[in-house]
Design a protein around this ligand. Structure first.
Ligand code: HAM
Length: 420
C-alpha cells in the first residue's frame, strides 16, 4: 500500500515542535489568568447555522472556506472556522446573557478553513482567543488590545504593528454601505472580479482588497468620516487609553476585517516577518451579535491570535525558559545488563524527586550508551552504575558537556543534579 499522508494544509506536530506549543500555551494561560479570564472549550463541530447566522452570508469564510457537510442524520453541520460564534452560542445556551455582569472567556484550539494552503495559511490552524461579554466601555476595548499585545510580548515577539479603526454601529452600517456603493459604482470597470460582486453584497470588503486597481479607486474612502458622533467618541476614548498605556498604534481607515459581526472598534496586529499572510491576530467589538444569535442585547469584544503565525514570527529565537525546564537532565547507564534493574530503580527514585530521567534498557556497550546520553542530555549528566558502584552504594556521575567524572554517594547525587 502507498503510505498515507496528512491532508494538504494540515500538519503533524512532532515532539521537537510540540514543546514550543506547550510553552506558548503555558505562558498564555498564565497571562490570561492574570487578566481574569477563564477557559471555555466548545465542540469542534457545530450546526452550520451557528456560523451562517453570525459571520454573514457574504463573508468568504462562509461562502468559500467552511467545511460544510450533512451528517448521517441529514443535519447541516460545519467544522468551526473560528471561535467567536461558538462561544456566543454557548454563552446564550447557558443563559449567561440574562445574568448581567462581566463574563471573560478564553479558548485555545484548532479551527478549520478550506483555504488554498500557503505559508501561514493552513486548513487546520490553531487560535488562542478571548471574548468579554457585558461591557460597552471603550476602556474594555483598550484592555483587550493591551492583553493581545501582552501575550505577544510574553511569547518574545517584537516588531509587530497594531492597526485600529472604527467601522461604526448598526445604525451607521446602511449609510456606510450606501456611500461606498455610491463612491465606487462609476469605477466598476477598475474593480477586480471579486470586488465587482462585493459591490452588491459586501462593499466593505472592497476597502481591504489587495488588488492594485481596487486599492486605487477606494483610496479616498475613509470609514472614520462616515461613522456617527458617538462611534467617533468611542474610538477617541480607545485611542486615548492606548496612548496612556504607551501602546503605539496606527489608524487604518481601510481596516474592516472579514466578518460581518463587528461594530465600532476593529483591530489587527501585523508582523513584517510573516510575508503575505502578515496578520498575527485580530478582533474587535461586536455589540449586536448576541442578540442576533437569539440572546439578550449584550455588548462584547474579543480577539483571536493564530498560533502557527506566532511560531513563524518567533522562529529563530532560542529555546524558551519552559523548554529549558522541560529538557531531560540525566541518562542512567549500566556497565553490564545485570545492572539494568538497579538503573531502572535509580531513574524511578530520581523522577520521584522531580528529576527528568532517561534510562538505558538495552543490552549494549557502555560506550554506545554514553553516545546516546550526549544526544539526549547534552547539558546534563550520565549516571553510570556498575558492579562496584552498586557494592559501594555510589554512582559515577559524568557531566556530558565537559566529560568530567566523579563518584558520589546516593545522598549527594540529588543535590548535584538540582544545583545544575
Ligand atoms: P480572524 O482574523 O479570522 O479572526 O483570525 C484570527 C487569526 O487567526 C488571524 O489573524 C491569523 O493569525 C489566524 N488565521 C486565520 N486564518 C488562518 C489560516 N487559514 N491559517 C493560519 N492562521 C489563520 C477571528 O477568527 C475572530 N473570531 C477573532 C475575534 C474574536 N473577533 C472577536 N473575537
Amino acid at each position: 500500500m502507498v503510505p498515507l499522508k496528512a491532508l494538504g494544509g494540515t500538519s503533524d506536530i512532532f515532539p521537537e515542535e510540540s514543546s514550543r506549543w506547550q510553552s506558548i500555551e503555558k505562558t498564555a494561560r498564565e497571562i490570561l489568568t492574570l487578566y481574569g479570564y477563564q477557559e471555555i472549550r466548545t465542540p469542534l463541530i457545530e450546526e452550520a447555522a451557528v456560523f451562517t447566522s453570525s459571520l454573514g452570508d457574504a463573508a468568504e469564510i462562509v461562502t468559500k472556506q467552511m467545511y460544510l457537510f450533512q451528517d448521517r442524520g441529514g443535519r447541516s453541520v460545519a467544522l468551526r472556522p473560528e471561535g467567536t460564534a461558538c462561544v456566543v452560542r454557548a454563552f446564550i445556551e447557558r443563559g449567561l446573557d440574562k445574568t448581567g455582569g462581566l463574563t471573560r472567556f478564553y479558548y485555545l484550539g484548532p479551527m478549520f478553513r478550506a483555504e488554498r494552503p500557503q505559508a501561514g495559511r493552513r486548513r487546520q490552524f490553531h487560535q488562542i482567543g478571548v471574548e468579554v461579554f457585558g461591557s460597552a466601555s471603550p476602556y474594555q476595548d483598550a484592555e483587550v488590545i493591551l492583553l493581545l499585545t501582552r501575550l505577544l510580548k510574553g511569547w518574545g515577539l517584537e516588531g509587530f504593528q497594531l492597526n485600529l479603526n472604527s467601522i461604526g454601529c448598526k445604525e451607521d452600517r446602511t449609510k456606510i454601505l450606501h456611500k461606498i456603493r455610491e463612491a465606487l459604482s462609476s469605477w466598476q470597470a477598475e474593480l477586480c472580479p471579486d470586488c465587482k460582486g462585493r459591490l452588491g453584497n459586501n462593499p466593505l470588503r472592497i476597502l481591504d482588497c489587495k488588488e492594485p486597481g481596487c486599492q486605487k479607486v477606494s483610496a479616498g474612502i475613509d470609514l472614520f468620516e462616515m461613522v456617527c458622533e458617538s462611534c467617533r467618541r468611542h474610538f477617541d476614548s480607545v485611542a486615548e487609553a492606548l496612548k496612556g498605556l504607551h501602546l503605539p498604534f496606527e489608524r487604518d481607515p481601510h481596516l474592516v476585517r472579514g466578518l460581518d459581526y463587528y461594530t465600532r472598534t476593529a483591530f489587527e496586529v501585523i508582523h513584517p516577518g510573516l510575508g503575505a499572510q502578515n496578520a498575527l491576530g485580530g478582533g474587535g467589538r461586536y455589540d449586536e451579535l448576541v442578540e442576533r444569535m437569539g440572546g439578550a442585547s449584550v455588548p462584547a469584544v474579543g480577539f483571536a491570535i493564530g498560533l502557527e503565525r506566532v511560531l513563524m514570527a518567533a522562529s529563530g529565537s532560542g529555546p524558551t525558559g519552559e523548554e529549558r525546564r522541560q529538557a531531560p537532565q540525566v541518562f542512567v547507564a549500566s556497565v553490564s545488563p545485570a545492572q539494568i534493574p538497579e538503573a531502572l530503580a535509580l531513574a524511578e527514585e530520581l523522577r520521584g524527586q522531580g528529576v527528568r530521567a532517561f534510562v538505558n534498557l538495552e543490552e549494549r556497550p557502555l560506550k554506545r550508551q554514553l553516545e546516546q546520553a550526549s544526544k539526549s542530555v547534552p547539558s546534563g549528566f550520565a549516571l553510570i552504575l556498575g558492579e562496584d558502584e552498586i557494592a559501594q552504594g555510589v554512582v559515577t556521575v559524568r557531566a556530558m558537556k565537559t566529560g568530567q567524572q566523579e563518584q558520589l554517594n546516593r545522598s549527594e547525587l540529588l543535590g548535584k543534579i538540582l544545583r545544575k
